[in-house]
Design a protein around this ligand. Structure first.
Ligand code: CO
Length: 134
């Protein structure tokens, strides 16, 4: 069902500092920061030859990554995103197998303007999984 790894998301407290690490120490192509108030994050994308890294900084009081950073103040891997051809078919197949889809199960428009869903970490080896329809 899943296809390519679309991105790995890393939560950080300081987006500018984290961008500098990827740009200067690792020599990566780092994009401009964009605010996504509807998701409670400020995001920087880093283009790698085979995938992307998404750096996430909390935006606003109710940011979904604020709690994560309380537990991991140095930052850490927050989720992985896999591509699917048909997000509704993928959701229905996963739900039929008992997997938990976060929220009300309706895909939201994600960082790349494409429909996304998140799957419960407890059902996927302790890792929050994002599915993106491409
Ligand atoms: Co993501």
């Amino acid at each position: 069902m899943i296809g390519r790894l679309n991105h790995v998301a890393i939560a950080v407290k300081d987006l500018e500092k984290a961008s500098g690490v990827y740009k200067n120490a690792l020599g990566a192509k780092v994009g401009a920061p964009t605010e996504q108030p509807e998701h409670g994050v400020k995001v920087v994308f880093i283009e790698l030859p085979n995938t992307k890294i998404e750096l996430l900084e909390p935006l606003g009081e109710a940011s979904p990554i604020a709690k994560f950073l309380e537990k991991s103040p140095d930052g850490g891997i927050h989720h992985v995103c896999y591509e699917v051809d048909d997000i509704i078919a993928a959701r229905d197949q996963l739900k039929a197998q008992g997997a938990r889809v976060l929220g009300d199960g309706t895909p939201k428009i994600g960082a790349h303007g494409k429909p996304v869903l998140f799957l419960h970490p407890k059902d996927f080896c302790g890792t929050l999984v994002e599915l993106e329809q491409v």
